[in-house]
Design a protein around this ligand. Structure first.
Ligand SMILES: [Zn+2]
Length: 214
């Protein structure tokens, strides 16, 4: 089963991707992990990617696709995989479709975890982090025992810049411009599966399982 996860940043698609991977015994492949392992292992593509990153530029799609194809040819992907964080743009999706076609394969499901912007902004603005020990909290879903204080080390908790509404809004704008068109792309391909991502994490997962089959 080959699955692509779609959804805005903060919609919870990474969490769902991990749960899918664990239930269906397929690897969870995130672009971040692929980059890190290629760079760590000093592969040719990893070194190329690193030179672009060191220069402060974006890594060209063909390098990212190359690393992704290497990864999905590994033995643990024989029964499928769940992709998290790729594709992010229409050209990337087209390259992936083409590369899979060349192998006689195609994506089985593109799962869109749908959450309205307002929900994402309010979820993120409830996050709190301890900069001293790295512990994270949420004022509603995972509150510290004492307001504003880290349970682990007693330091003050902060709202990180990344979680502030203005930063989240900017990321959502990029998402709407570049990534949301993928929903139509995979709808036309007949593989789109939409779930309501505003529900509890476990309910979202059950909705996905219903689509994928037990
Ligand atoms: Zn702490």
């Amino acid at each position: 089963m080959k699955i692509i996860m779609l959804g805005a940043p903060g919609a919870g698609k990474g969490t769902q991707a991990k749960k899918i991977a664990s239930k269906y015994h397929i690897p969870h492949i995130s672009t971040g992990d692929i980059f890190r392992s290629n760079i760590k292992n000093g592969t040719e593509l990893g070194m190329k990617a690193k030179s672009f990153m060191d220069a402060g530029g974006l890594v060209p799609d063909e390098i990212t696709i190359g690393m992704l194809l290497d990864r999905i040819h590994e033995a643990d992907c024989a029964n499928g995989y769940v992709l998290d964080g790729f594709p992010r743009t229409i050209p990337q999706a087209q390259s992936l479709t083409k590369a899979l076609e060349d192998m006689g394969e195609s994506v089985d499901y593109a799962v869109n975890v749908d959450v309205p912007d307002e929900n994402i902004i309010s979820r993120m603005s409830g996050r709190r982090a301890c900069l001293a020990c790295g512990a994270t909290y949420h004022i509603v879903y995972n509150a510290p025992k004492k307001e504003g204080v880290c349970d682990v080390c007693g330091q003050q908790l902060v709202l990180r810049d990344d979680d502030k509404p203005e930063t989240v809004k900017k990321r959502l704008d990029v998402y709407h411009e570049q990534t949301q068109p993928l929903i139509d792309y995979y709808k036309k391909a007949g593989v789109l599966a939409e779930v309501d991502g505003t529900m509890d994490m476990e309910d979202v997962f059950q909705a996905i399982v219903k689509i994928l089959g037990a």
